[in-house]
Design a protein around this ligand. Structure first.
Ligand SMILES: *Cc1c(COP(=O)(O)O)cnc(C)c1O
Length: 390
């Protein structure tokens, strides 16, 4: 069966007659019939079994979502966290300890640098950034390198990386690779199948899909999955049953939402590339996108993200006027929801070793194409262009 069908059939209530969906189980306390039963549950839990024993350790609702995400990511076990940033930190804190060295892709989601500067470095964990190529990665490797952390494609302008080549290199040196898979949201690419040890997502984006829940997921198999679970429990990380329920509901429609986002984004990307003042459209599915052939090989489709790079003679003020002239695109962070969003972005300030490439470039704008009708969105974008001629 394809994942599109699986996502509709997983994590449903098995007892018949019964509701289709799993119940929302809101609880802290789980009660037992007898001490014998309670001790039995605790013993099995200590042996690594996932059991309903206390709210913080998960409920039938969160377990249902964990199973659905594991299926989507192609891993054995998933941890749920209250945000994507919490998922990133769980990975870093599970794998690294003082004295270790970490290598991160330069195109990574910018707040990762805050985790590094505010948390890891003060604790004596050393960090280098690589430009996405295995050649550069190899020059940074040290005997104490314990993790390679990447995100494919990169944030803001979607730099592609050859993930298979990176994981092959990492395996030769026995170093786990963690991948932020938010762009593909499990559906368009599976990092675990390409050799990564950990795949994490901001479920906040396409998984939830309706801009109403914050969610992080971390999926792995074997011993790594066990270590992630232990650390999540140590840190007391958990999510509410209501949030888990909404994310599970979002997952049911992920494939058809993603297909619609992609179709509209592809059409608008082609149209935007023809407009005056546009230097380049950043979108991995475009033939002129750097690494387009890797996207073709590793991804099964695209999403609703498009970044417009204007010509260098367009000023930031003109770009801002263009953004504010839009009426169907709301100004706001995040992406992956049903609604179209627009945000000015500056790749140069979110890069270190590859920042040079972004000198003397025009201003950029990121669009998250929502589920509105493509013609309406195109008409809105077209009217924004008149602000350049004023
Ligand atoms: C949004 C985002 C995150 C963080 O997710 P939150 O739920 O907002 O904490 C992590 N990685 C990527 C690539 C993102 O776009």
């Amino acid at each position: 069966m394809t994942i599109n069908t699986d996502l509709l059939h997983i994590a449903r209530t098995e007892n018949k007659p019964g509701p289709v969906n799993p119940p929302i189980v809101r609880t802290s306390t789980v009660t037992f019939d007898s001490l014998t039963q309670m001790r039995e549950v605790k013993k099995r839990r200590a042996d690594g079994e996932r059991l309903f024993s206390y709210g913080r350790r998960g409920t039938p609702t969160t377990h249902a979502l964990e199973d659905a995400i594991s299926l989507l990511e192609g891993g054995e076990q998933t941890q749920l966290l209250p945000s994507g940033v919490a998922a990133i930190n769980l990975v870093l804190l599970t794998v690294l300890k003082p004295g270790d060295h970490l290598i991160i892709a330069d195109s990574v989601y910018q707040p990762v640098r805050q985790c590094v500067n505010g948390l890891l470095q003060p604790w004596g964990i050393d960090v280098d950034y690589f430009d996405g190529s295995v050649e550069h990665l190899a020059t940074l490797l040290r005997p104490e390198t314990r993790l390679i952390y990447t995100e494919v494609p990169g944030s803001l302008v979607y730099e592609m990386q050859d993930l298979s080549a990176i994981t092959e290199f990492a395996q030769q040196h026995d170093i786990p690779v963690a991948v932020d898979n938010t762009w593909a949201s499990g559906l368009l690419m599976q990092p675990l199948a390409l050799g990564a040890s950990i795949s994490l997502m901001a479920g906040t984006k396409y998984v939830v899909g309706h801009s109403d829940v914050m969610l992080g997921t971390v999926t792995a198999s074997g011993d790594m999955a066990h270590r992630l679970r232990e650390m999540a429990i140590t840190l007391g990380q958990c999510i509410s049953a209501d949030d888990a329920y909404l994310a599970l509901r979002g997952l049911r429609t992920l494939p058809c939402r993603m297909a619609q986002h992609a179709q509209t984004a592809q059409r608008l990307g082609d149209w935007l590339a023809q407009q005056p003042g546009v230097a380049r459209i950043h979108q991995p599915s475009r033939q002129d996108h750097p690494g387009h052939e890797i996207w073709q090989r590793d991804c099964t489709g695209t999403n609703g993200l498009i970044t417009i790079e204007f010509n260098a003679d367009i000023t930031d003020a003109q770009r801002d006027a263009w953004v504010e002239a839009l009426t169907l695109f709301s100004i706001g962070s995040s992406w992956g929801g049903y609604e179209s969003l627009v945000l000015p972005v500056t790749p140069a300030s979110a890069r270190s070793c590859s920042a040079q490439k972004w000198q003397n470039k025009g201003p950029c704008v990121r669009l998250s194409i929502g589920l509105e009708d493509a013609s309406d969105l195109q008409a809105d974008l077209a009217q924004a262009w008149t602000c350049f001629s004023k």
